[in-house]
Design a protein around this ligand. Sequence first.
Ligand SMILES: [Fe+2]
Length: 253
Amino acid sequence: MRPILGFGLGLRPPHYTAILAAQPAIDWFEVITENYLVGGGRPLHFLDAIRARYPVVMHGVSLSIGSTAPLDLDYIASVRRLAGRCEPEWISDHLCWTGTDGANLHDLLPLPYTLEALEHLAPRIHRVQELLARPLVLENVSSYVSYTSSAMSEWAFLSELVERTGCRLLLDVNNVYVSSRNHGFDAREFLDGIPVEAVQQFHLAGHLDLGTHVIDTHDAPVRDEVWDLYAHALRRFGPVSTLLERDDNIPPL
Ligand SMILES: [Fe+2]
């Protein structure tokens, strides 16, 4: 049984003081892990104060689970230390790679959906789960390129990964929509191909529709097409902890 936290908001620094002053009726907050890895200072001060009042989930962007570079054990140890401090409901990152050979490309890059990639990922996910002492929750990324070597759909790949590793899924409904438009697949077929019990969390966010392609901007309200897809997701998966992400043009709380 997955825990149902209700409706949450991505914790962003412009909202720190307003949250503490108003204590709004938001069910939970998702924090960007990397913003709190320094062992002191203002961000951690606010995280402690907000955590005392709300459940939190840790959401990372640096694990690079799909890379061929070795796992960054120092980074994983720092994630575990932070988890010891803020006791998150769960820890998530992205099913992607962000660099290799010491280069950080500062982007969440998609993987080829192949057996070879599954065989590469599974032991790395097992290792991270051992080190963090909990299941890893992995998010589907939005993408703008695909690989000619891909041998299965993204949803078949995610399902197989869950089967092999026991990891959980953070389904970003907006990312499913964005990728469906950019790659020409049916977003509902994606959702219908994901095992119901694997889904731990949903993300919702805004995007920019340029007609020929769609960019995952996180700088605008959620669009109607994504709300419609979210309704479909709720019919399939039942209640799932849902998180609204906004990273630019952040409105007042
Ligand atoms: Fe997301």
